[in-house]
Design a protein around this ligand. Structure first.
Ligand SMILES: C[S@@+](CC[C@H](N)C(=O)[O-])C[C@H]1O[C@@H](n2cnc3c(N)ncnc32)[C@H](O)[C@@H]1O
Length: 232
């Protein structure tokens, strides 16, 4: 199974297998490609996500779909106690973070209800096979009053910006990915935006899951988005 450009986007178990093997393949150069294709802006987006948690020092924060652990490192720098979860063995093996990292599916976390004070998640909403089930799992593991901060890519609202961003994302990013890493994987990246519900729907899903004050913060003129909320 590949995620090459011309094939229809996979769903269900096929998507799960394809996403996992894709991240296993790109793991070694994942951080480098991120820095290059976002001009380093991804670092600032992760910092903002951690800032928006606004939890007490030493709070236990789960970083779901942690990949190589960049958010875990930011959480540690901010004085939290992060634990990362990801199902790609390759991504976890490439991690340099010192936080504990667990190989697990974020749709079925090996954790008891209400164990965490916070959750972060970076750039993985498009990758899970069932976003509602993911939000329900967040609501299960975060205690009342706990906070979530979820980052993902987005499309700018401004028409001119959106057109320019579309060209960059669809034409330039796959080339950068092809040069530095795996072309098919980075051609999938812009296509995977089709999995992401529109902002209004994302917020409704979070409210329904148990985060009544969910809000969306556009970042860098809307090329990224941060969804934050408090567990009701
Ligand atoms: C784009 S990477 C993001 C990594 C990291 N959060 C970051 O900010 O760079 C997406 C990650 O989601 C993970 N992932 C996707 N679906 C998952 C699932 N159901 N369970 C665990 N990890 C998952 C992939 O293995 C991959 O490491």
């Amino acid at each position: 199974m590949t995620l090459a450009n011309e094939r229809p986007l996979p769903e269900g178990d096929e998507k799960r297998r394809a996403v996992r093997s894709m991240f296993d393949r790109v793991a070694g150069r994942y951080d480098l490609v991120n820095r290059v294709m976002t001009f380093g802006m991804d670092v600032g987006w992760r910092r903002r996500a951690v800032r928006e948690l606004r939890l007490p020092g030493r709070a236990l924060v789960l970083d779901l779909a942690c990949g190589t652990g960049d958010l875990c490192a930011e959480l540690e720098r901010a004085g939290y106690r992060p634990v990362g979860f990801d199902f790609s063995h390759g991504m976890l093996a490439a991690a340099t973070a010192t936080a504990p990292l667990v190989e697990a599916d974020v749709l079925r976390l090996p954790l008891r209800d209400g164990v965490a004070e916070g959750v972060t998640c970076g750039f993985a909403l498009r990758n899970v096979v069932d976003l509602r089930a993911f939000f329900d799992e967040l609501a299960r593991v975060v205690r009342a009053g706990g906070r979530i901060a979820l980052l993902d890519a987005s499309e700018p609202e401004n028409r001119v910006m959106r057109a320019g961003h579309g060209v960059y994302f669809r034409r330039v990013v796959p080339r950068i990915g092809g040069l530095l890493s795996d072309g098919a994987a980075y051609a999938y990246l812009p296509r995977s935006m089709a999995y992401l519900p529109v902002p209004r729907e994302l917020l409704r899903m979070l409210e329904d899951a148990g985060f009544p004050d969910a809000e969306r913060l556009p970042l860098s003129a809307g090329i990224a988005q941060l969804l934050v909320g408090t567990r009701g």
